[in-house]
Design a protein around this ligand. Structure first.
Ligand SMILES: Cc1cc2nc3c(=O)[nH]c(=O)nc-3n(C[C@H](O)[C@H](O)[C@H](O)COP(=O)(O)OP(=O)(O)OC[C@H]3O[C@@H](n4cnc5c(N)ncnc54)[C@H](O)[C@@H]3O)c2cc1C
Length: 441
């Protein structure tokens, strides 16, 4: 099970790869150009390096995102996308910037003439593809584009943009035409293609060979399902409690898989998932037949309990967020955690409060603390009315040393932000508050 590189190393590698083409250009021995041209070239080189790097932080490479988590990986992906589009747009503008500043109309004409040159065609096409890549997520809902179709289009446009940009750099680039920089672009493009082939070709093929099949699907609450998977090998799937896997149920395209947290404990023969009805696939879960093949890509994620954890554990779950929290709770119950374990679990209604009997039985058998909150409707036995607020957290932390407590939160983003802020105010170090978000946006 890969644990991934430390965040500092990931950041250093990222910076080094992004700045490498600038260093190679500086070392090329070419005499320096005028400042606006050098700025334009620099923006182009750094922008193209960032484009190539985007293929590495797709969330599928545990070496890269194993420690920083998929949420931060995706945020970096988006921030880098905005930065590189800005660089790509400014890249041609910088060349004509003196004219734009002194006589804007003449400057715009020069810019137009520059972009209209036949040899600039691949550069302009790359720019258009890039703009589409960035605009599509914003227009997805308005266009009624299903999530899997958007993912396929996103990758295809990204690959087209990078191929066109590399061709542009090699054909018109002053520093890129020959020497080490040419090798850098060709190697970078090769790696980007390999990243895509690995994620959408080799990995799905390897996953299919593991032989996972649906062992059961059952309704466990209002809008909630439990999906159980089994593979021929009796060897338990290796993962840390709290992690997730990408599932492709049935014979689906490589870009049509969904991330779900594993709800069973490590060491169990079957993998169990708790699925909330959120869209096309999750609403049709009841139609899935037993024995349907499933591709499992995982484990992934930094929301995990480390081996040998000694601190008191405070688990906080809201709604579907119970899935990874349940895996941790079950794992702690199986292994017998030495320090106190407490769970605060909130749901909208009694029908959405899952696994009540199991949770109560484990709490009684293991001496774990259990607080159940229900917002509206009937109040089931053992639950209290309301949301997870400051008073709930103070009660949950009663008798614990906040500085020696690890909190793991999973639920809707506003709830996680509020709970994390309260826990910090109650004395938990920020590094001892882990969270998992189910939505990237
Ligand atoms: C790390 C992680 C763990 C998750 N764990 C669970 C879990 O244990 N239980 C649970 O009920 N839900 C979980 N989710 C959310 C779950 O992945 C989505 O609800 C599900 O993919 C929706 O699929 P759909 O086809 O039904 O909906 P769609 O109609 O296709 O999409 C609804 C929304 O779900 C999200 N989504 C859809 N497909 C994907 C995808 N391939 N990748 C990322 N987001 C997607 C998008 O925000 C989309 O707008 C998790 C999400 C993440 C990122």
């Amino acid at each position: 099970m890969s644990r991934g590189l430390p965040p500092g190393v990931v950041a250093a590698l990222f910076l080094a790869a992004a700045l490498a083409p600038l260093s190679l250009a500086a070392l090329s021995g070419e005499p320096p150009e005028a400042l606006p041209r050098e700025a334009g070239i620099g923006l182009g080189l750094a922008g193209l390096a960032l484009m190539l790097l985007q293929f590495g932080h797709s969330g599928r490479f545990e070496t890269y995102s194993g420690r920083i988590g998929i949420d931060r990986t995706m945020r970096l992906h988006r921030a880098a996308a905005l930065a590189l589009v800005a660089m790509a747009l400014l890249h041609p503008v910088a060349f004509v910037s003196p004219a734009l500043l002194s006589a804007p109309a003449h400057g715009l004409e020069l810019l137009w003439r520059l972009l209209a040159r036949p040899r600039m065609a691949t550069g302009v096409a790359a720019l258009l593809c890039l703009c589409l890549v960035v605009a599509l997520p914003l227009m997805r809902h308005r266009l009624g584009l299903p999530y899997p179709a958007w993912r396929a289009l996103h990758a295809a446009l990204g690959l087209a943009a990078v191929a066109l940009a590399v061709e542009h750099a090699l054909s018109v680039g002053l520093y890129s035409e020959a020497g080490p920089l040419k090798g850098f672009w060709l190697a970078g493009f090769g790696l980007a293609v390999c990243a895509l082939v690995w994620s959408w070709g080799i990995k799905p093929w390897l996953a299919a060979r593991q032989g996972w099949r649906v062992a059961g699907v059952r309704r466990i609450g209002e809008e909630y399902w439990e999906l159980t998977l089994r593979r021929p090998s009796p060897e338990p799937f290796a993962f840390a409690a709290g992690q997730f896997a990408w599932l492709a149920v049935g014979r689906r395209a490589p870009w049509n898989d969904n991330p779900f947290s594993i709800a069973s404990a490590p060491g169990e023969r079957d993998l169990a998932f708790v699925v909330h009805e959120a869209g096309d696939f999750t609403r049709s879960l009841g139609d899935i037949a037993v024995n349907t093949p499933v591709r499992v890509d995982g484990p992934h994620g930094a929301f995990r309990l480390e081996e040998g954890e000694q601190r008191a554990i405070l688990l906080i779950a809201g709604g579907a967020g119970i899935a990874p929290v349940l895996a941790i709770w079950r794992h702690l119950a199986r292994t017998g955690h030495v320090a106190p374990v407490r769970l605060v679990y909130g749901a909208q209604s009694a029908g959405k409060l899952l696994y009540r009997e199991e949770l109560a039985a484990t709490a009684a058998a293991r001496g774990f603390g259990l607080t159940l909150k229900v917002e509206e409707g009937d109040l089931p036995e053992g639950a209290t009315r309301g949301r997870i607020d400051r008073a709930t957290l103070i009660e949950a932390l009663r008798g614990l040393d906040a500085r020696r407590t690890l909190a793991l939160i999973c639920g809707p983003r506003p709830m996680m932000l509020a709970v994390a802020a309260e826990l910090e105010a109650l004395g938990l170090p920020p590094s001892a508050i882990l969270y998992e978000t189910f939505v990237y946006a």
